[in-house]
Design a protein around this ligand. Structure first.
Ligand SMILES: [Zn+2]
Length: 348
């Protein structure tokens, strides 16, 4: 089968589509023909090496060679031993949460806190290939009306944004929400989920073109290059600051994100693409009763809650580009240059 196998860290020129043996489904697994797979930061880091060259907490270094690809939609090809309920031809989307099902966190329904928590396409081969094997319990049936591209654009980023804004952050109708990094995968998901929750959404973006797109999604854009101290602009727009910030960027935006909060406001953090060591006086947090809430990918309930909205067409994932898998270099280039607004989807 054709697959993008990351064999070494390096530039775009290390990316190519190889011919490799097709995987076989083990006990409890299903072989899925990948019809669409979305790009995430993990695909970039697997190829370029981790940001800053440091191992990524809590997993350390990625083991190579690896076929990445966290967000997958496709068609069931074959069931492995012991699998019931799936038939060849079933259209499916993959839940990327890998968990033991036995620890106290799993038993409490918090699979993304599992002591053996891992991610599909990061710690086991994923969907940057024509075929992939998936634990049967990670499959969700795709209704006929949902395209493979739409389904693949959603899982990791939309489950993360749902977890942060709704489950962990408790966003309520009428609150003001600032989405930092609003053009990225989690950012565009947060714009949609924030509006769905009835919040007034401010969107921090990089340029005028992205501001227009954020505006078309019903949010109030703030262009960062015009407002390097964007908390001032946030306070102009809201008087006392927002009730909630979601910040998937990290060190580069943390201080201004915290300053954008009104007293008692909460900052949800779920990424460190802009650095993991912020420079901040912690009094700015506690003297204003502000709260910082860590929220990476959600649990199964978060995944199903947001996917239900996506599959019913209530929330429409924002897709920047759909490219054939052969254009994997161009996909990585767009992502790394931050030219995208929404997800980049590849078709094997
Ligand atoms: Zn567990």
């Amino acid at each position: 089968m054709k697959a993008v196998v990351i064999r070494e860290h390096g530039g775009l020129d290390t990316l190519r589509v190889d011919d490799v043996p097709a995987p076989r489904p083990a006990e409890g697994e299903v072989l899925v023909r990948v019809r669409a797979v979305a790009l995430n930061n993990i695909d970039i880091w697997a190829r370029s090496g981790p940001p800053g060259g440091r191992p990524v907490y809590p997993w350390g270094r990625l083991r190579l060679p690896m076929i990445t690809g966290v967000d997958v939609a496709g068609v069931v090809e074959e069931s492995g031993p012991g699998v019931e309920g799936w038939a060849p031809g079933d259209r499916v989307v993959v839940c990327p949460i890998l968990y033991c099902g036995r620890c106290e966190f799993c038993l409490a329904g918090e699979q993304s806190m599992c002591v053996e928590y891992h991610i599909f396409g990061e710690h086991r081969p994923g969907g940057m290939a024509e075929l992939t094997t998936v634990p049967a319990r990670n499959l969700l049936l795709l209704p006929d009306g949902t395209s493979f591209e739409t389904a693949a654009a959603a899982p990791a980023c939309y489950a993360t944004a749902w977890r942060g804004l709704i489950t962990a952050g408790g966003l309520r109708a009428g609150e003001d929400l600032l989405v930092v990094g609003a053009s990225g995968g989690v950012g565009t998901a947060a714009l949609a989920i924030g509006r769905h929750a009835g919040a007034r959404v401010l969107a921090l973006v990089g340029d005028a073109e992205k501001a227009e797109k954020a505006s078309a999604l019903g949010s109030v854009p703030i262009i960062r290059r015009d407002h390097s101290e964007f908390s001032h602009r946030v306070r102009e727009l809201t008087r006392r600051g927002v009730h909630m910030v979601i910040d998937p960027v990290g060190a580069a935006t943390w201080p201004e994100s915290i300053r954008s909060l009104r007293p008692g406001g909460r900052m949800v953090i779920c990424g460190a693409t802009g650095g993991e060591r912020p420079d901040l006086d912690i009094r700015e947090v506690y003297q204003r009763h502000r709260r910082i809430i860590g929220a990476p990918m959600g649990n199964l309930a978060d995944f199903h809650a947001v996917m239900d909205l996506v599959l019913r067409g209530v929330i429409r994932p924002v897709i920047h580009a759909v490219l054939p898998l052969e254009q994997i270099r161009e996909a990585h280039r767009i992502f790394q240059a931050r030219e995208h607004f929404g997800k980049i989807v590849l078709l094997p």
